[in-house]
Design a protein around this ligand. Structure first.
Ligand code: ASN
Length: 317
């Protein structure tokens, strides 16, 4: 199972080179490449326009958990390494000619060492982020279900021998994913509901309503709940995507910033734009390494990369 891993944290040159030279990793790298290749085709066919990633910005995702600060002083201001391009997705859609965009986006999240052996955290990873104008969560979830089916069919067709090593019946077509709400699962399973339900499940499912960052839209029909969604991979592999309908109204953004303790000074230019109106958008981002890990049933995500990026641990290269 992907949790409860025990690995030697000592970093030697020999161990580092052993990881680089692992021949069994090449299967996963090929699967990862096929994921990205199929995604580009799918996005192109559906009319989403690709925006290039940024690695430095005066604002980035505050996340809903703390990580080590990764910012530098440059050109008279503070620049943060990208934790996600959520705000750039909203801002890019101010362009009247753009309806939907996607980004193959490297993220740096300097997680603390308590996440070193979860099996699903790297302090540097890539997510494919996408966002639509004037669409809702149901639309985004259907889009992702279609994308997963497209990717899995492409991988079955392009890499059948590789997939069969890890999934003898090849990758399934799931159809509609089941949908659960966090409050229901928590009542049933307790605080560890996400992992327990993931371990119990054989098919991916949606988990709605997480208490999260200020930019995830509050459901005003049910105040205190949120119009967001995570895709949870089954077999214990856990979260593989997060997304939401977005707060776009100035007063609501301010209210949510206060509730989440967000520093408004940092976001003053974003708030200035919001005052005049942000576009109505919804979107999500899925972890590329996490999808490859699920497909190839790799217990530890650090084995999906030739170069170790284990939270809180040193690496030589
Ligand atoms: N990509 C996510 C989203 O679109 C945000 C994140 O990665 N924290 O909601």
């Amino acid at each position: 199972m992907p949790t409860d891993l025990i690995t030697d944290p000592e970093v030697s040159l020999q161990a580092t080179l052993q990881q680089v030279k692992r021949t069994d990793m090449v299967d996963v790298l090929k699967v990862q490449q096929a994921i990205i290749r199929a995604t580009h085709t799918f996005m192109f066919n559906r009319g989403l326009v690709q925006v290039m990633p940024l690695m430095l910005s005066p604002i980035t995702d505050p996340l809903n958990h703390s990580v080590v600060d990764a910012s530098i002083a440059y050109a008279g201001s503070r620049w943060s390494l990208t934790k996600s391009m959520i705000f750039h997705k909203q801002l890019a859609l101010l362009n009247e000619e753009l309806e939907a965009i996607y980004i193959v986006s490297p993220n740096v999240r300097l997680e603390f060492a308590d996440r070193a052996f979860t099996g699903r955290h790297l302090f540097e990873f890539t997510q494919i982020d996408f966002e639509f104008k004037d669409k809702d969560g149901a639309y985004v979830r259907q889009f992702m279900e279609d994308l997963v089916e497209y990717i899995f069919c492409a991988i079955n067709a392009q890499l059948p021998q590789i997939v069969a090593k890890y999934r003898p019946d090849l990758l399934p077509v799931f159809g509609k994913f089941k949908v659960y709400r966090t409050e229901e699962l928590e009542a049933q399973y307790g605080t560890d509901y996400e992992l327990i339900k993931s371990k119990e499940s054989l098919t991916p499912f949606w988990l709605l309503n997480h208490r999260r960052e200020f930019y995830d839209k509050e459901d005003l029909n049910k105040p205190g709940t949120f119009l967001n969604y995570d895709l949870i991979w089954p077999e214990g592999f856990g979260e593989g995507l997060s997304g939401a309908e977005r707060e776009h109204e100035y007063h609501q953004i301010l209210k949510r910033m206060e509730e989440t303790g967000t520093n408004q000074e940092v976001f003053k230019n974003y708030l200035e734009v919001a005052k005049d109106g942000l576009p109505v958008t919804a979107g999500a981002g899925f972890g590329v390494e996490r999808m490859a890990r699920y497909i190839c049933r790799v217990p530890d995500i650090n084995d999906v990369t030739p170069f170790s990026r284990r939270p809180g641990q040193p690496a030589l290269f």
